[in-house]
Design a protein around this ligand. Structure first.
Ligand code: ADP
Ligand code: MG
Length: 322
């Protein structure tokens, strides 16, 4: 398949976004400015580094790659609208595989009303996909990570560690409970766009999506907001069947695993009931897992309350409080 027929094959028949003026087919795409803030993010995925054919079908490669990008927009409170895909294609990937990658992206894009408006296609030695997403958000409702305040509660959507459990199951063949669930969580994560958008009624919410693990995301909020976060180990939401794995694996996956693409957030306690209502309305589970310290001595740190002890939770592993 030549580049021209490939682009024709992945081109949408019609576009959903009314702000789009020109999609695929010219030197560049064109969309209109609105009164809202334009939010954009880019992510690159490299075969053998971020995924492999052994654990991901081409369809899932596309789905998962776009999901990670959409999740970044969700964490800004934005409504995704467009995406552009740059792809480096090695000779080892068949035309059908490529179409499946775009089918995977398309199936998620469809759910969230995104239009594919451009990209680039070149050959190379390894499969590399770079996706740029573009979305909109009212300027006063952008969910920055620097807005957490003392006494906020810390919450998280969904359950943590599932994606890494799924990867473990795919790599280490055996008998597992709830296998399909964990594998789906790894291959087809669901970015929490609707939940984040509905939080717009609340004036101040801090959000970060969990791509690199809870410890790391919490640390990013703590540092950017110059506050300390205290997480409570017994409140961290885990899928009940995660208990089939050792305590140390559960701990590792929940705090450092990442790729669950759930949202970690903070909100004033007075708004917590509202968050729970919005979660219910958007079919999202949400759990209070900690709080922002009131009068911290140091700033920008994350602590874990575990077995009645308060320990420092580092981005990758933790040390006991002296
Ligand atoms: P140019 O030579 O002007 O860069 P290309 O031949 O690279 O144009 O692309 C032609 C059109 O197809 C452009 O609109 C471009 O955005 C789109 N396109 C090319 N590759 C992709 C891709 N992988 N995904 C989406 N759109 C693509
Ligand atoms: Mg080009």
């Amino acid at each position: 398949m030549d580049e021209f027929s490939f682009i024709n094959a992945i081109k949408q028949n019609y576009y959903k976004q009314s702000s789009l003026i020109k999609g695929i087919g010219d030197d560049a795409a064109v969309f209109t400015q609105t009164s809202k803030g334009i939010v954009t993010a880019v992510d690159t995925f490299v075969e053998h580094v971020h995924f492999s054919k052994e654990t991901m079908s081409p369809f899932h490669v596309g789905y998962r790659t776009l999901a990670a990008n959409i999740s970044d927009l969700a964490a800004m409170g934005a409504t995704p609208a467009f995406y552009l895909v740059s792809i480096v294609v090695p000779p080892t990937w068949a035309d059908e595989d490529l179409k499946d990658i775009f089918q995977g992206m398309n199936s998620l894009a469809h759910k969230h009303h995104l239009d594919l408006i451009g990209g680039d296609t070149v050959s190379g030695s390894e499969l590399v996909i770079t996706i740029t997403v573009i979305g909109y958000v009212p300027k006063d409702k952008v969910r920055y990570r620097h807005t957490a305040q003392a006494e906020d509660i810390v919450f998280v959507t969904g359950t943590l560690g599932d994606s890494q459990a799924g990867l473990h199951i795919l790599q280490d063949k055996g008998q597992y409970i709830d296998e399909d669930y964990f594998i789906k969580r790894h291959r087809m994560p669901e970015p929490k766009v609707n939940f984040a958008k509905r939080l717009r009624h609340i004036s101040r919410v801090t959000l970060n999506d969990i791509s690199d693990g809870l410890a790391n995301e919490a640390s990013e909020i703590a540092e950017a907001s110059r506050v300390n976060i205290v997480l409570k180990d017994d409140l961290i939401p885990l899928r009940s069947s995660l208990s089939q794995f050792s305590m140390s694996l559960q701990h590792k996956w929940a705090y450092f695993g990442g790729e669950d693409f759930e949202l970690l957030g903070t909100v004033a306690r007075k708004n917590w009931d509202q968050v729970k209502v919005i979660a219910k309305q958007t079919n999202t589970s949400v759990t209070e897992i900690g709080y922002i310290e009131e009068c911290p001595v140091t700033l920008g740190q994350v602590y874990l309350m575990k077995d009645h002890k308060k320990q420092r939770l580092h981005k990758k592993g933790y040390t006991h409080l002296k």
